[in-house]
Design a binder for this molecule. Structure first.
Ligand SMILES: Cc1ncc(COP(=O)(O)O)c(C=O)c1O
Length: 469
């Protein structure tokens, strides 16, 4: 394990005591409660820049930015100060009673500035999942107001992740989530994802040819459902939780063309891709689309406090405002003043540090270059990046691109080595994924890639020993 870096904080109880209290009372998200209780959680106690420390004093390079959110890195004083000031001045007031708070107005104004020009309005939520619930309510309301209430169906993609509320999980295409709780809710259908390794490579298509084929699955679905019944298409510019699936360059322009042709709304879920992750302020700018609605969360506050929302394009805003009446939807924390104050400080800091340019011109291309060097590793079938998101595909036989059999959970083996070697890298099936804080430097990318290589070597040694190759 990496060296003890400093005296850990919050250790008035031992790690074992924290783990016992955790197991006794805290039900974690997306967790097998019983097996975690047996194993014990890792207790994270503090963080700085791109590093975390646990209750045992281990230093860990956080290549996942918390959960795709700590874009400006940990320990940014201006965000802390903004929260403190706002809490002292006005910790809460709502936006229901024909009232508004100063940070919420200022943030709405600033978001209109940093998002593409069609976005002049925002609807705030507390999270990305709530933002996507708002999307479902809003697109259906839009078509109702236009006198086309039969346009109800929202098309999404298999293996997409759009959150964990009833609507978010329904929009998402995770079969494991749909298996619990009677999902998806009515009026949401899914097409296949643009994952070349799953659909394109086996049939011998180039990535670009496959991108067009995959986009046209949307057209097939529109025709199957009936063009007059389709309200919207939603997608992440790059699927994050699904395994950092970077679509072929031909995919999104063709999706845009199809949405335009059938007049359906395009929704870009920017909860991960927004706020600089792909090397532009928003993923739709990297992919070349003009969405009508855009969900955001995470990077808007760099995860320091919860905040989400939906950017509402002029096409939709005009109808909601001019034909509207009351839109019977909202959350207690829509436009929470502390969250908005932190978001303002976060976006201002991103501008001051020129973080989007840093990703676009410097560390994004550098990460791509360093990731390509991993392609010489016997386990690595593919290594791709988009801005500061990256994925490595682990394969059994790289010349043939043969995957490991289901019985070998190679991703979890690799993830185990990452934990043991001071690196947070996430496993999604056989894809190892990263999304480090945008403040990462070239030297830190070298450090991260060296750690990744070490963990790949250890995984390879296990695979050799286990006779999995
Ligand atoms: C693309 C996308 N949409 C929505 C969500 C849900 O956001 P939250 O967890 O804030 O509800 C996530 C979370 O990871 C996400 O990746």
């Amino acid at each position: 394990m990496p060296v003890l870096d400093r005296t850990p904080m919050n250790t008035h109880r031992t790690t074992a005591e924290w783990q016992a209290a955790d197991a006794a009372h805290f039900l974690h998200p997306f967790t097998d409660f019983r097996s975690l209780a047996k194993k014990g959680s890792r207790i994270v106690t503090r963080a700085d820049n791109i590093y975390l420390w646990d209750s045992e004093g281990h230093k860990i390079l956080d290549a996942m930015s918390g959960l795709w959110c700590v874009n400006v890195g940990y320990g940014q004083k201006s965000l802390v100060d903004a929260a403190t000031r706002q809490m002292q001045e006005l910790p809460f007031y709502n936006a229901f009673f024909q009232t508004a708070t100063v940070p919420a107005i200022e943030l709405a104004e600033l978001l209109a500035e940093v998002t593409p020009p069609q976005f002049q309005h925002v609807f705030f939520s507390g999270s990305g999942s709530e933002g996507n619930d708002t999307v479902v309510r809003m697109v259906r309301r839009y078509w109702d107001l236009l006198g086309q209430p039969e346009r109800q169906v929202i098309i999404s993609r298999k293996n997409a992740y759009h959150g964990s509320t009833m609507a978010g999980a329904s929009l998402g295409g995770m079969s494991g989530m749909h298996a619990q709780g009677g999902l998806p809710i009515p009026g949401i259908v899914h097409i296949e994802q643009p994952y070349w390794w799953e659909h394109g490579r086996p049939s011998g298509m180039t990535r670009d040819e496959f991108g067009l084929v995959a986009a046209r699955w949307l057209e097939d679905k529109i025709l199957e459902v009936g063009a007059g019944k389709v309200a919207a298409f939603i997608g992440e510019p790059v699927q994050g939780a699904g395994g950092v699936i970077v679509p072929p360059a031909t995919y999104w322009p063709e999706i845009q063309r199809i949405c335009d042709q059938y007049g359906i709304l395009l929704v870009s879920d920017e909860v991960i891709c927004g706020f600089g992750r792909t090397g532009r302020w928003f993923g739709c700018e990297t992919m070349g689309t003009r969405p009508d609605l855009m969900t955001f969360a995470k990077g808007v506050t760099s995860g320091y406090v919860p905040l989400g929302g939906v950017m509402v394009g002029d096409r939709v805003a005009k109808v909601l405002i001019e034909r509207g009446g009351e839109f019977t939807h909202g959350y207690t924390y829509s436009g929470h003043p502390v969250a908005c104050a932190v978001a303002l400080a976060n976006i201002r800091l991103m501008r001051e540090l020129k973080l989007v340019e840093h990703v676009h011109d410097d560390v994004g291309p550098y990460l791509a270059q360093q990731y390509r060097t991993l392609l010489d590793h016997p386990l690595v079938g593919d290594a791709e990046t988009c801005g500061l998101m990256g994925a490595i595909l682990l394969v059994k036989d790289k010349t043939r691109g043969t995957p490991f059999p289901d019985a070998v959970d190679i991703g979890m083996v690799c993830r185990g080595h990452c934990f043991g070697n001071g690196l947070i890298m996430r496993a999604v099936g056989d894809r190892m994924i990263i999304a480090p804080p945008l403040v990462i430097t070239r030297a830190q990318i070298d450090e991260m890639v060296a750690l990744i290589r070490r963990c790949l070597d250890l995984t390879l040694a296990d695979a050799t020993r286990g006779g999995w190759l």
